[in-house]
Write a protein that binds this ligand. Structure first.
Ligand code: FPP
Length: 228
């Protein structure tokens, strides 16, 4: 059984580069190329929702030079990949507060959203300026503004950036860290977690297939008991 929605915490670009005597920027570039490969493999496998943790609210604390590089990489990624992603029927979603980004970044993001808005083959979410706690608080504040008296799970989910999407079935974190780091906190209540030592730029199709095989061997109970 394949998951419907897979989330990726793409960690280890810096260590990948260091191990090769390259700059951190080279690591991020290699990591970005890997996003493309993972989208392609997922599409071939008919996995319909992907979420990539590309830039957290905390990532703004990195050295300015690195933040600038990542922003330029993001612009470059869309300039290069958008036509092909669109042709393949990918719909882009941004999870996070885009107002935190500069006008040129917002411009490419808005263009990507607009260009792909009618696509439905595969949904590609990029978490940018994203934090799970901030996302939950944003939903709470929207409710307070509306002076809502009662809210159920469905209503609440509709106020998250992932409104209308299935929860992630599987979250993969690369590079040997065993943390969630504020990613999709509300949505991952019943997600299966997969941690691997492999660094993100090395997380290729074979590694992905190993993770998917591991997922398919798990019994998901969602708090219930196994069916006999
Ligand atoms: C972690 O590697 C990765 C990130 C900070 C974010 C992931 C970013 C990409 C894959 C690039 C694509 C993103 C954009 C915005 C185009 P790390 O630097 O924390 O690695 P380290 O822990 O080994 O230093």
């Amino acid at each position: 059984m394949f998951p419907e929605h897979v989330g990726f915490i793409m960690d280890g670009n810096g260590r990948w580069a260091k191990g090769r005597g390259l700059s951190r920027s080279d690591g991020h570039r290699a990591g970005t190329e890997n996003i493309r490969n993972i989208i392609q493999t997922s599409k071939d496998l008919k996995i319909r929702y992907l979420s990539f943790y590309a830039f957290s609210t905390e990532n703004f604390k990195r050295p300015l030079q690195e933040v600038r590089f990542l922003m330029n990489l993001l612009i470059e990624f869309f300039n290069k990949e958008l036509p092909e992603l669109n042709k393949e029927g990918a719909r882009i979603h941004i999870l996070g507060d885009v107002s935190l980004f500069s006008a040129p970044v917002r411009f490419v993001l808005e263009k990507a959203l607009e260009t792909t808005k009618n696509n439905n083959e595969i949904h590609v979410c990029l978490a940018l300026g994203y934090g799970g706690r901030a996302e939950i608080l944003r939903a709470v504040n929207l409710l307070l503004e509306k002076e809502t008296k009662h809210v159920d799970e469905k209503d609440f989910k509709d106020l998250l950036y992932t409104a209308g999407m299935p929860d992630p079935d599987l979250i993969i974190r690369t590079s040997g860290e065993h943390r969630i780091s504020n990613f999709l906190l509300f949505q991952m209540a019943y997600s299966e977690l997969y941690f691997t030592q492999v660094l993100w730029p090395d997380f290729d199709k074979d590694q992905y297939l190993i993770a998917l095989e591991d997922f398919s061997s798990r019994k998901r109970r969602f708090g219930g008991v196994d069916d006999e």
